[in-house]
Design a protein around this ligand. Structure first.
Ligand SMILES: NC(=O)c1ccc[n+]([C@@H]2O[C@H](COP(=O)([O-])OP(=O)(O)OC[C@H]3O[C@@H](n4cnc5c(N)ncnc54)[C@H](O)[C@@H]3O)[C@@H](O)[C@H]2O)c1
Length: 294
């Protein structure tokens, strides 16, 4: 289907998991920036509510919903084909659909739960890239693919083994596919959200002040889906036309803060409040010049 009412010069984006959380905010942002958008999601009720919400504001027909399971190759192929024929060229695919997946001790994790986690989070991204790249190659227009990994891809969160491992595969796939697809001007990048307040992560929405998250995260406010949408838009649009094979952590500084080794290794806590220079074991005296502002 080609939506002939819309200008064919507008770019189209396919966003999986587009009916909720980060995906839904990303759908809204691409629409605001004038794109035509196809949202694909397993949850048909949320998809219908997304479209109904948009149609209350606008009758321009720039949003379409397709029900799809990203772990199913026929579903992904169909969603990509639908997006490619919706309104001219498919310029961007955002592989965002996700679940929490298997949790708990590795000794108790079932094969079924492990495979389900990888089917959605890892195979889902592989299929999204595979079919997007086929279409983009055929179009000869290049394009941009943005994959949602997680800060968990970079850490070894006990209890979230399957999720962390699957997200690490997303991060690495993005690099590998970027090198293969670069000559076709198809860019592949990855976004690693920190703790974002969405239905998938209700704990991020709880009271921020005084929480464990507030202690660990340098920026003193909760990550919202819109923060992610803006980063995804940057990587998905021509704003980032020379960027490929990268990941962007959108995490309020959690990755940069790291595990706060100073706290665990017994670094003098006064370093956080005093100002001066430590000259180590050189025999030259260390100095303290005063206190820091905070
Ligand atoms: N919220 C966070 O703190 C956080 C942190 C790191 C990474 N992420 C990642 O960001 C992405 C978006 O998460 P969110 O927090 O917006 O979650 P969300 O639950 O609000 O939205 C996820 C959407 O994906 C859909 N979905 C799930 N399985 C699907 C499948 N098999 N096929 C198609 N659609 C499917 C759901 O129906 C839902 O609409 C996920 O990949 C998630 O792993 C989120």
């Amino acid at each position: 289907m080609n939506n002939s009412a819309i200008s064919p010069h507008i770019d189209t984006v396919l966003i999986t998991g587009g009916a909720s959380g980060i995906g839904r905010a990303t759908v809204r942002l691409f629409l605001d920036r004038g794109w035509t958008v196809v949202a694909a999601d397993l949850n048909e009720a949320s998809g219908k509510s997304l479209v109904a919400e948009y149609e209350q504001e606008s009758s321009d027909g720039r949003l379409s919903f397709v029900q799809a399971d990203v772990s199913s190759e026929p579903d992904v192929e169909h969603a990509v084909a639908h997006a490619a024929s919706f309104n001219g060229a498919l310029a961007c695919v955002v592989n965002n659909a996700g679940i929490g997946g298997a949790f708990g001790s590795v000794t108790e994790t079932s094969v079924e739960d492990w495979d389900y986690t990888f089917a959605v989070l890892s195979r889902g991204v592989f299929l999204g890239v595979k079919h997007a790249a086929r279409v983009m190659r055929e179009q000869g227009t290049g394009g941009s693919i943005v994959n949602l990994a997680s800060l968990a891809a970079l850490t070894g969160d006990a209890g979230l083994q399957a999720y962390s491992a699957a997200k690490a595969s997303v991060l690495h796939m993005s690099r590998v596919f970027a090198t293969e697809l670069g000559p076709d001007r198809i860019r592949v990048n990855c976004v690693c959200p920190g703790a974002i307040a969405t239905p998938l992560n209700p704990s991020a929405s709880r009271q921020f002040d005084g929480s464990e998250l507030a202690r660990a995260q340098p920026l003193p406010f909760v990550g919202e889906p819109e923060h992610l949408a803006r980063a995804i838009y940057f990587l998905g649009s021509r704003e980032s036309s020379f960027v490929t094979g990268q990941y962007l952590a959108v995490d309020g500084g959690l990755e940069a803060a790291g595990p706060r080794l100073g706290e665990y290794l017994g670094t003098d806590p006064r370093y956080a409040t005093l100002v001066g220079v430590n000259r180590g074991n050189t025999g030259v005296k260390s100095t303290v010049r005063g206190g820091a502002a905070r």
